[in-house]
Ligand binder design. Structure first.
Ligand code: NAG
Ligand code: NAG
Ligand code: NAG
Ligand code: NAG
Length: 330
């Protein structure tokens, strides 16, 4: 008796299981439209006779069968470096998408399509190492759930839209290695901020002095001027401040260093003047401090963890820095 009951129950259970994990028909339609927007032979495993949740680069929610993740990745030798063409508009027809990634497709060209504005559940958007060009789209601030926005190593140009700073949950903003111009919006506050390798000008916003969110900041290889002290302060929780190869020009003498968290500072190749405060000896976690190629003067603070890790080259090519590891002060 119990066996007779068990068998249909099992069958029913399996039927529900397979139903619930099967790809949603609308999502499959959108995915096939994506495939068909690329040249023939692209994405050969995307075959309508199989559940689209099992296709390469696709992930569905376990209980919904809706596509939640679409991540194309590769390098010169592996798929999908075969993604030649533009980002398909039909990507916007996957309304449950939380993660979207195109990386390592140099043949991916054109601009970021406005249809992506429909993906309001998106938490992570990465388009990197591609031939994508044009401006940073103004619709991005509408994607209110974004936590990670990576658009590095593309051919994007124009300014950084200040409204990106309105994305409350954005913890990583990586726009490095593009051709972005203009100044850094005073609204940006993500913990990880990578804007290196662009053509950014102007000064670091003074309002950054009031933000406690920064943890790792990379602004190297730009044309920034003025004062970098907004990132510093005794009680700040920033760990990495990387600013080399800019035109920063400010008095370092009064700058205080985060005592708990600061690990890595590279301000080399700027026009920074003044001296290095003795207070840096209180920065207990410091591992790297490079101020070479500036216009600094005065005695290099000695002793403590700071001195232990420093070689002469990190202080070389300044105006009149002195003391170990450089020559003695007069
Ligand atoms: C899809 O798979 C079926 C069965 O494996 C095969 O007969 C068919 O040719 C495939 N279609 C495409 C477009 O590759
Ligand atoms: C994409 O472009 C590359 C470089 O031109 C080429 O080698 C490759 O065969 C193309 N792939 C497809 C699927 O068109
Ligand atoms: C931001 O993150 C919080 C905490 O995880 C979450 O409750 C909230 O819904 C998120 N906001 C948006 C717009 O996704
Ligand atoms: C920082 O915040 C204080 C207090 O809210 C304010 O008076 C000051 O103007 C702010 N500084 C900058 C540079 O925005």
């Amino acid at each position: 008796m119990s066996n007779i009951l068990t068998i249909p129950t099992t069958i029913l259970f399996l039927a529900i299981l397979s139903l619930s994990s099967a790809c949603n028909v609308d999502d499959q339609k959108a995915l096939l439209a994506i495939k068909n927007s690329f040249p023939a032979n692209t994405l050969p495993t995307w075959n309508a006779s199989k559940d689209c949740c099992s296709w390469d680069f696709v992930q569905c929610g376990s209980d919904t069968g809706r596509v939640v993740s679409l991540q194309f990745w590769g390098d010169a030798s592996t798929p999908p470096s075969v993604l030649n063409g533009s980002i398909p508009e039909s990507v916007g027809d996957l309304p449950f998408l939380e993660t979207l990634k195109f990386t390592g497709s140099p043949g991916l060209v054109g601009t970021i399509p406005p249809q992506l504005a429909k993906l309001t559940r998106l938490r992570s958007l990465s388009i990197t190492n591609s031939g994508i060009s044009g401006p940073i789209p103004s619709f991005l601030p509408q994607l209110a759930s974004l936590e990670v926005l990576q658009l590095s190593s593309n051919k994007l140009f124009g300014p950084i839209p200040p409204a990106i700073g309105s994305l409350a949950n954005l913890s990583t903003l990586d726009l490095s290695s593009n051709q972005l111009t203009g100044s850094i919006p005073s609204t940006l506050h993500s913990a990880l901020l990578y804007l290196s390798g662009n053509k950014l000008t102007g000064s670091i916003p003074p309002s950054f002095a009031n933000f406690s969110s920064f943890s790792i900041v990379h602004l190297e290889n730009n044309q920034l001027t003025g004062d970098a002290s907004p990132f510093f302060g005794r009680t700040k929780t920033i760990s990495n401040i990387v600013l080399f190869n800019n035109k920063l020009s400010f008095d370092l003498s009064g700058v205080e260093y985060p005592e708990e968290t600061l690990e890595y500072v590279d301000m080399s190749h700027n026009r920074i003047y003044g001296s290095i405060s003795e207070q840096i000896l209180q920065a207990a976690s410091i591992l790297y401090f490079d101020v070479s190629y500036n216009q600094l003067c005065g005695k290099i603070p000695g002793g403590g963890k700071f001195a232990q890790y420093q070689g002469a080259k990190y202080f070389a090519h300044n105006k009149c820095l002195c003391g170990p590891p450089l020559q003695a002060c007069m």
